[in-house]
Ligand binder design. Structure first.
Ligand code: ASP
Ligand code: MG
Length: 408
C-alpha cells in the first residue's frame, strides 16, 4: 500500500472554504489513487500571530512553556474542522494532537526537537481506511508537557511522520507551486525547478526562501524522505527535493538558484589586539545572548591589531552593538561600528563543485552593475556576498540573468 503524508500550511486552511477545499482534494485523491493518507495541518493563517500578540498583552515576556500551551491550540482547531469536513463528505477521518499521537520531544519549549514518534495507533487507523489528520508544530515531553517545534514547525511534523511511517512521499502543499530559481516577486523571470537536492534546498531555505522550515529539510535528507513542494490551489507536479543523482547529473545547470536575505546587519570591532583567544572572547558573549552569527571575517593584523567583522540578524543588531561595546572596553579595542542596511545575496548549486571560475563570473556580473561587495563567503555549493540593501533587487536580477536562470 502506498502511503503519502500531506501537509497543508496556514494559507491552505485559512478559511472555512479553504478547509472544505482541502477535504475535497483529499477525498478525490483517496478515490483515484487508493493511497493511505496522513494529513498534517497548520493553524489557520494569522492565528499563530494573533495568539502571540494576545499573549503579549498579558505579560511582556510570557514563558515559552505557556506559549506552547497557547499556540498549539491553533493547529488543534484545524484538525477538528478538517475531520468534520471530511466526514461531511462521507470520508472516515480521525484527528490527533501531537500529544495524542505521542510525538515525543525534548523539553526545549518553543523550539523542541522530536525524539520519537509512536505510530501504532495511526497505522491501525490507516488500516481501517481512515484519513489520519495530525496537528502540526507540536509534541509532548515524556512528562506530558505540550511543546512546539518553532515557527513553521508543521513541515517538520510532516517529514518526521513520513520518516516514522516509512511513507513513500511527503508532500508539502502551500501557496506557491514549487521551489523557484529565486523569489518571483524580485525577479519575475524566475522559473520553477522540477528537482532540487536536499543540500541546495537547505541553502535556499536558510537564505530566506521561506518555503520550508529548514529543520524539515535536514530531517528529510537525513532519513531520505522524498519531499515534494506543491500548490494547494493549482494542479502541477511541484518541485521534488531529493538526493543528487551523480550519474544523470541531475541539475545540469551550474547554479540552481539565487537566494537572498534582507534581514542582515553587520558589526565591526576595530583595532582588536591580535592574540590567541580574542575571537572566542568576542563571540562567546554574543552566543551566550542567544544571538546567531552568520559570516565572520577577520582581517590580517596590522600594527598588532586586527579588525573583526561579522553579521547577525537585523533584529539582534542593537543588542549586538551593546554587547560589542562592552567587549571593546574590556579588550581595549579601538571602536565598534555597524551597518543594519545590508543584505546577503547568494548563488547556490551543486554544479559549482566541479567548476572553477564561478566566483569570478559572479563578481564580474555585480561589478558591471556598479554593485560594491562588502563581504564574501563561500562553501562547496554556495557563494554569498553582502551588499548594500538598495542593491538587493538589482543584484538578484543580475545574477539570475548572468547564470542563465531566467525563463525565455
Ligand atoms: N502555526 C505555526 C506557525 O505559524 C506552525 C506552522 O504553521 O508550521 O509557525
Ligand atoms: Mg510554513
Amino acid at each position: 500500500m502506498t502511503l503519502h503524508v500531506h501537509k497543508y500550511g496556514g494559507t491552505s486552511v485559512g478559511t472555512a472554504d479553504k478547509i472544505q477545499n482541502v477535504a475535497k482534494k483529499l477525498v478525490g485523491e483517496k478515490k483515484t489513487t487508493g493511497n493511505d493518507l496522513v494529513v498534517v495541518v497548520s493553524a489557520m493563517s494569522g492565528e499563530t500571530n494573533r495568539m502571540t500578540d494576545l499573549a503579549k498583552t498579558m505579560q511582556q515576556v510570557p514563558s515559552a512553556k505557556q506559549m506552547d500551551v497557547l499556540l498549539s491550540t491553533g493547529e488543534q482547531v484545524t484538525i477538528a474542522l478538517l475531520c468534520m469536513a471530511l466526514e461531511e463528505l462521507g470520508q472516515a477521518a480521525v484527528s490527533y494532537t501531537g500529544g495524542q499521537v505521542k510525538i515525543i520531544t525534548d523539553d526545549a519549549h518553543s523550539k523542541a526537537r522530536i525524539e520519537e514518534i509512536h505510530t501504532a495507533n495511526v497505522q491501525a487507523d490507516l488500516q481501517g481506511g481512515k484519513i489520519v489528520v495530525v496537528a502540526g508544530f507540536q509534541g509532548v515531553t515524556e512528562d506530558g508537557a505540550i511543546t512546539t517545534l518553532g515557527r513553521g514547525g508543521s513541515d517538520t511534523t510532516a517529514v518526521a511522520l513520513a520518516a516514522a511511517l516509512k511513507a513513500d512521499e511527503c508532500r508539502i502543499y502551500t501557496d506557491v507551486d514549487g521551489v523557484y530559481t529565486t523569489d518571483p516577486r524580485v525577479e519575475p523571470k524566475a522559473r520553477r525547478l522540477d528537482k532540487i537536492t536536499f543540500e541546495e534546498m537547505l541553502e535556499m531555505a536558510s537564505l530566506g526562501s521561506k518555503i520550508l522550515q529548514i529543520r524539515s529539510v535536514e530531517f528529510a535528507g537525513k532519513y531520505n524522505v522524498p519531499l515534494r513542494v506543491l500548490s494547494t490551489f493549482v494542479e502541477g507536479d511541484g518541485t521534488l527535493i531529493t538526493y543528487e543523482d551523480e550519474d544523470e547529473g541531475m541539475e545540469k545547470a551550474l547554479i540552481s538558484g539565487i537566494a537572498f536575505n534582507r534581514d542582515e546587519a553587520k558589526v565591526t570591532l576595530a583595532g582588536v589586539p591580535d592574540m590567541p583567544g580574542v575571537a572566542s572572547a568576542i563571540l562567546q558573549p554574543i552566543s551566550a545572548a542567544n544571538i546567531e552569527i552568520d559570516m565572520i571575517v577577520q582581517n590580517i593584523a596590522e600594527d598588532k591589531t586586527t579588525d573583526f567583522t561579522f553579521t547577525v540578524h537585523r533584529n539582534d543588531y542593537e543588542k549586538t552593538m551593546q554587547i560589542l561595546q562592552d567587549i571593546c572596553n574590556q579588550l581595549g579595542a579601538e571602536k565598534v561600528s555597524g551597518d543594519d542596511k545590508i543584505v546577503k545575496v547568494s548563488i547556490v548549486g551543486v554544479g559549482m563543485r566541479s567548476h572553477a571560475g564561478i566566483a569570478s563570473q559572479m563578481f564580474t556580473a555585480l561589478a558591471e552593475e556598479g554593485i560594491n561587495i562588502r563581504m564574501i563567503s563561500t562553501s562547496e555549493i554556495k557563494i554569498s556576498v553582502v551588499v548594500d540593501e538598495k542593491y538587493l533587487e538589482l543584484a538578484v536580477r543580475t545574477l539570475h540573468e548572468s547564470f542563465g536562470l531566467s525563463a525565455e
